[in-house]
Design a binder for this molecule. Structure first.
Ligand SMILES: [Fe+2]
Ligand SMILES: [Fe+2]
Length: 400
């Protein structure tokens, strides 16, 4: 079995085209990788959040797990760890403004009207945002600790925390990895999980539930206090644009978590160790919990049409239960996966996670996050890092 090798050659020609970055496979990958991968010797400084907790955890794990893991398993775990770090960063921003700020998820002080607008989707939204944020933090911390316990390189993205915070009251003013203020939200998950005949693994295309946020750039958190200015013409003071921001967030939550819902089973098909498989199945299951929760809530987004006062971009949230929508593909109370074709169309349809094809899974996820607009403003080095981690994960093959 090939063991983890820090200077493993990166041979992929793939690039993060949608981010406009062409990763030069002839660049020196071992040099490039050094900056965001850390060996055990500096493990105490490797994690992005909860630094004190992290040092303690990493001190405890030396000796918690014996043996080593394959280079492929380590690469898959590192990509998932990076995805977890990026997820934590975006969820942290949501929690500061619209969640519950406490000792489990500290930082920020909330934006009352943004929070009230989120609560139109479900009164428990702040709690769910808080819990999703904490879950993602535990995913990245656990995976890095496991990698360290196996003597494998861990992931550190701190050098890329360069993007600005929201200027709205309630947000911390710190450098971020992700940008929630210029999103293009793919809402095809909504129709995909309601379709009985289509599965992207067969090349099927699904329609957008909310076409207007699937094009252009839309904030999912208030950019400044202007975005949460009270509207005296509304009984609750929530302007249509503030509600549009919250609705966009509500759909984006599910867009992110359906990505994790597919990514874990996609990559699980190529891990070698049963223990690493157990990690992927166990964490992957919580991504599914997240997705289903958000899938339920997004359908409650109040219908509206308005425009962004700053950019003039129009945004429409239709009534998904009404003609010409409605029916199985849009009906909002369908929150469990409808059965769909799987493996071969000659089999009976079955209720499943989809897509789950394993080829190019990590690069596909990296491209989808990039197309989302999450990394607008990031450096060339950031996109190179993401492409390197993705191509290494996609090069992993099951060795047993
Ligand atoms: Fe996660
Ligand atoms: Fe997630």
């Amino acid at each position: 079995m090939a063991k983890e090798n820090l200077s493993a050659h990166v041979s992929s020609q793939q690039s993060l085209e949608s981010g406009g970055i062409d990763v030069d496979s002839q660049a020196q990958p071992s040099i490039r990788r050094r900056s965001f991968l850390k060996g055990l010797g500096v493990a105490g400084a490797t994690l992005s959040a909860g630094a004190l907790l992290t040092s303690k955890v990493l001190a405890q794990v030396s000796g918690a797990s014996s043996g080593s893991i394959s280079a492929g398993d380590a690469a898959i775990l590192r990509f998932l760890c990076a995805a977890g770090i990026l997820e934590t960063d975006l969820w942290q921003q949501y929690n500061e403004l619209g969640g519950i700020q406490d000792s489990e998820v500290p930082g920020g002080s909330g934006s009352p009207l943004y929070t009230a607008a989120l609560e139109k989707l479900d009164e428990d939204m702040p709690q769910y945002i808080h819990d999703n944020t904490e879950d993602e933090l535990t995913h990245e911390v656990f995976i890095n600790a496991y990698l360290a316990s196996k003597g494998a390189a861990t992931v550190d993205l701190d050098q890329f925390r360069t993007l600005p915070s929201s200027k709205a009251t309630g947000a911390q003013q710190i450098g971020r990895l992700t940008n929630l203020m210029q999103l293009t939200v793919d809402t095809t998950w909504f129709t995909r999980y309601r379709s009985r005949s289509k599965n992207p693994d067969f090349g099927d295309k699904l329609p957008q539930a909310i076409p207007s946020i699937a094009v252009g750039q839309h904030p999912a958190i208030p950019r400044t206090d202007e975005d949460v200015k009270p509207d005296s013409s509304k009984p609750d003071g929530i302007s249509d644009f503030t509600q549009a921001i919250a609705n966009t967030a509500g759909f984006h939550f599910a867009t992110i978590e359906q990505g994790g819902t597919s990514l874990y089973p996609m990559l699980a098909q190529r891990v070698s160790s049963v223990e690493v498989l157990r990690i992927l199945l166990s964490i992957g299951g919580t991504e599914i919990c997240h997705f289903q929760t958000w899938s339920d809530k997004a359908g409650n987004a109040p219908p509206l049409r308005t425009k962004d006062p700053r950019t003039g971009t129009r945004v429409v949230f239709p009534n998904l239960n009404e003609s010409p929508l409605g029916g199985e593909d849009f009906q909002t109370n369908l929150i469990m996966p409808e059965p769909c074709p799987f493996l071969d169309r000659s089999f009976p349809t079955v209720s499943i996670i989809r897509p789950t094809r394993t080829e190019g899974a990590a690069m596909g996820a990296a491209k989808a996050l990039t197309a989302d607009g999450l990394f607008i403003g990031q450096s060339k080095e950031f996109f190179e890092m993401l492409a390197t981690l993705a191509s290494e994960a996609d090069a992993a093959r099951r060795e047993c």
